[in-house]
Design a protein around this ligand. Sequence first.
Ligand SMILES: *[C@@H]1O[C@H](CO)[C@@H](O)[C@H](O)[C@H]1NC(C)=O
Length: 311
Amino acid sequence: MGCCYVVISIFLCFSLAPCYLTFVASIDVGGNLHKNGKITTLSRSTPLLFTQRNKFPDDMSDTISHYAMLHTELGKAYGLRAEMSIWGSQNQEYSQESGAAIQIYCQYEGKYSLIEAGFHVSPSLYHNRDVRFFTYSTKDTKSPGCYNLQCTGFVPASGAALLPGQAVAPQSSYGEADRYIRLSLNKDPNSKDWVLYRHDLDAPSLLGHFPGELCPGTLQIQALSGFVNYLRNTQGPPMGSGHFPDDEDDKTCAYFKHVKIYDSKGHAWDPITTHMIPLVDKPDCYNETDFTVIINKGYIFYYGGPSGCIG
Ligand SMILES: *[C@@H]1O[C@H](CO)[C@@H](O)[C@H](O)[C@H]1NC(C)=O
């Protein structure tokens, strides 16, 4: 507890301006503040894409999970890259989580494991509403997994430009400026590990990797997802900018843009021939636009919704 406070410099890019540097003081690293077990952390549900949607196993019946995503069909997958907009969530309650991630679901022996990386606001994990870079893995999407460095999972690179649990700033500002970070998660053709890179700095920057054994088997589904988790009998937090994506405007809607898909050799391509399937489980609360291609934005979709979702 309380061992890991450091001053960390953070780069974040404007989509219209060059990268710049801010300093954020006293950031807790690792998201391990609740190690003593006294604080109830929201148990994380993962979308059960492949079984009965909206039906959660008993041990997660307290948590409601919604998502607005695009995913590939089950098959051999080698990774995704996207620019992910960064949105804060000022009124988010303690037990609510809201975020966006690149996800790889790995099918093996009748189960799906999941590895993912992205950005979220999760007061129960960090005790504030900062937007944090996070990683997550679970060996079975029906069981709770772990965030950041809570368990053996994601392995940060030394000197990484973002550490799991690290706050990122500044955030997008509604109607004024959108800010994003470009991440990729792909299977390294040599090591077979899933490597995570950041691409919006001067040069691609290795953030770390998920060891290959966390994603066993040869069939995967890969997804780009906005998601929320919250306690049953409460109302949902905002997703993305807290607005429906009707405007299709970078400054008012959360997005995944310049979406690329990796091949087995580790090269990224426009997903021209890849079937990306939209999946929104509660469109009256959280919705997404069609996946389209726009000049200067590449392959893109917008997603999001306001707080107050019931059920
Ligand atoms: C969700 O978005 C789709 C595609 O943009 C749209 O056709 C649909 O009407 C929206 N659904 C709701 C409930 O707003």
